[in-house]
Design a protein around this ligand. Structure first.
Ligand SMILES: [Zn+2]
Length: 348
């Protein structure tokens, strides 16, 4: 794998494993897939062979289907050995969803960052039948289309509790600079940000493997969103900072094991792309905002394609994050309308 050209991404395993099956991507490292009920229809998880047990990285949504896939995998490619540890890269439900199930039903230890654990457990307890007033105000601030706003105000919102197995109290913390032993290797823990706060990535000391979660994805750009929990957050800055910092550790030969899509080599190039994607989007946004607009009116310059109904929410928080970034760095002003929407305008 070390002969991968520095100038392109290579996918050494072009066929993903079927549900309940596994592909060995390196000595003692299995790649498995779980289904997701959305446009992005899968999440990658990895099982690291610890001899008499497994460490599993990420878990999939909590659903009967996911549990069935895991049970098939444990009886099949995992050979009936117990899952003793679950390492979770970040707090999003497709990654942490079944962590509580592994803890409660399988006696596994949960290993993750403090922020990931706090966020997941906090959001799990924050169950709502209708959106909170703060969430509605935030949607208005984004300039959400009135018909979508009315519909969302009258339906059950996205709830973490619907996607997560109950999380028992307690976890083991990993943080920047830690070394973690699993799968017969020592891994350096390096922390990313921007897609999710305090997102763990693992870099094998032998220089061969990177367990990337959603911090380093091939072929799709991770969603960078600002949410009602922190409505003035600037995750684009955090994303760019993390990409620049992690780039220093990237080599062309590392096999990257991402949270979605396919394992790949060519990380230095991919990091440059992940950074440049946002600089390009910000330049287009800046031109677009010569005429004042809300975040909801910025989809075309940012995404360069039609946004379908199922993607509207993610597109909206991503558009807001980019408008906020221009404002935070002094490239745009904002003014609130009578309806509570922020109108952004480029400073010329
Ligand atoms: Zn994900």
């Amino acid at each position: 794998m070390t002969d991968a050209a520095p100038g392109k991404l290579v996918y050494p395993f072009p066929e993903p494993p079927a549900h309940g099956e596994a592909t060995e991507v390196a000595d003692g490292i299995l790649w498995l897939r779980l289904p997701l009920p959305m446009a992005l229809d899968h999440v990658n998880v990895y099982a690291l062979d610890d001899g008499d047990s497994w460490t599993v990285v990420d878990t999939g949504f909590a659903s009967r289907k996911s549990r069935g896939v895991w049970e098939a995998a444990m009886a099949g490619p995992l050979g009936g050995k117990p899952v003793a540890r679950v390492l979770v890269t970040h707090h999003h439900p497709d990654h942490i969803g079944l962590a509580g199930w592994f803890q409660a039903d399988h006696g596994a230890e949960l290993v993750t960052t403090r922020t990931a654990w706090l966020f997941a457990r906090m959001l799990q307890l924050d169950e709502q039948d209708r959106p909170l007033p703060e969430t509605v105000a935030y949607w208005r601030a984004c300039g959400m289309a009135p018909d979508i706003l009315t519909q969302r105000m009258n339906e059950r919102p996205f709830n973490f509790a619907d996607m997560l197995a109950p999380m028992p109290l307690g976890f083991t913390r990993i943080r920047e600079g830690d070394t973690f032993r699993a799968g017969g290797r020592d891994w350096d823990v390096r922390i990313g940000n921007g897609h999710a706060p305090e997102h763990a990535t693992l870099w094998s000391r032998d220089g061969e493997l990177v367990i990337a979660g959603d911090q380093l994805l091939p072929s799709i750009s991770p969603n960078i969103g600002t949410y009602a929990t922190e409505p003035e957050a600037d995750p684009v800055s955090e994303w760019l900072e993390a990409c620049e910092r992690l780039s220093a550790f990237a080599t062309p030969g590392q096999l990257v094991l991402p949270g979605h899509k396919l394992p790949f080599t060519g990380l230095p190039l991919r990091m440059r792309q992940l950074i440049e994607n946002h600089h390009g989007a910000l330049r287009r946004l800046e031109r677009h905002l010569d005429t004042p607009a809300t975040a909801a009116d910025c989809f075309q310059p940012l995404f360069l394609r039609e946004i379908r109904a199922g993607e509207y929410g993610l597109a909206l928080v991503e558009a807001m994050a980019h408008c906020l970034h221009l404002w935070h760095v002094g490239r745009a002003t904002r003014e609130v309308t009578g309806e509570g929407a922020w109108m952004w305008q480029t400073i010329r």
